[in-house]
Design a protein around this ligand. Structure first.
Ligand code: CAA
Length: 259
């Protein structure tokens, strides 16, 4: 499949797919085509046993400067209501395998929201995160108000959404928006390294762990614990659990098969 607004590459040995946003002329602004291409590639990767984890990046200079404002400008309320974008965001959210964001430069508006669709975020020291929609007379429209507050807490989320001010990588690290900060030259490499580690783990366990972790954002503790217990029980039926435990006992490296 050929894409116009992203590039993809697969490290077959590592089982890692890298998606690079590729609209440099617009600071990787997320137009509808780009969102749809990201969603398409993730849907394919979900079905592909040869992919265990995904890295998503905007490259060395910028992650993404948000929704494409020039495209957005032509939409009236009815146009926004009928927009395909929420459907594409939903498809991205439904990706069942781990997705790691490698962020250099701006991650603004929809760019910051895309970051929050990822399971782990690695930021270069140059990274800047923000929800500047207020400057355009709008508010975040792809989960920014909901996910940011759940991630960084009320004081910082409110400051970012109401003032439009950006935060740097180290502030994002302290606020738990990102997991690690590295020198910009290492951002993609570190994300790939982490994706490789995760892709080497038993895939069914990884998938259920992601599902259980994400559910904690949406559910009460009792329901979350029930879901965790069911996933834990289900894993007792997998060959990979037998293999993992046997390998530990026999002091050897496990060979997981994804079943
Ligand atoms: N949409 C469309 N084009 C964009 C863009 C965006 N979000 N961000 C940058 N660009 C384009 C600019 O128009 C410019 O193109 P031209 O050279 O053709 O004019 C090019 O990228 C470079 O941008 P600047 O000249 O502005 O570069 P800068 O270094 O001075 O500033 C910036 C960089 C701070 C990212 C600035 O471009 C900016 O503030 N961008 C908009 C950020 C923003 O408001 N994002 C939120 C969008 S709304 C949203 O995301 C809604 C949602 O959640 C659903």
């Amino acid at each position: 499949m050929t894409y116009q607004t992203i590039t993809t590459s697969t490290d077959t040995a590592a089982k890692v797919l890298t998606i690079t946003l590729n609209r440099p002329e617009a600071f990787n602004a997320l137009n509808t085509q780009l969102l749809s291409e990201v969603a398409d590639v993730l849907e394919q990767a979900d079905q592909d046993q040869g992919i265990g984890a995904v890295v998503i990046t905007g490259g060395p200079k910028v992650f993404a400067a948000g929704a494409d404002i020039k495209e957005m400008a032509s939409l009236d309320a009815v146009g926004v209501m009928n927009d395909a974008r929420p459907k594409h965001w939903r498809r991205i959210y439904q990706f069942s395998k781990p997705m790691i964001a490698a962020v250099n430069g701006y991650a603004l508006g929809g760019g910051c929201e895309l970051v929050m669709h990822c399971d782990i975020v690695i930021a270069g020291e140059s990274a800047l995160f923000g929800q500047p929609e207020i400057n355009l007379g709008i508010i975040p429209g792809a989960g920014g108000t909901q996910r940011l507050i759940r991630t960084v807490g009320k004081p910082l989320a409110t400051k970012m959404v109401l003032s439009g001010e950006m935060i740097d990588a180290n502030t994002a690290l302290r606020a738990n928006l990102v997991a690690e900060v590295v020198i910009p030259e290492r951002t993609i490499e570190r994300a790939h390294q982490l994706a490789t580690t995760i892709a080497s783990k038993p895939p069914i366990a990884v998938r259920l762990a992601k599902e259980a972790l994400l559910k904690s954002f949406e559910t009460d503790l009792e329901s979350g614990l029930n879901l965790e217990r069911k996933a834990f029980t289900l894993l007792a039926a997998t060959e990979d659990r037998k293999e993992g435990i046997a390998a530990f006992m026999e002091k050897r490296k496990p060979e997981f098969k994804g079943c």
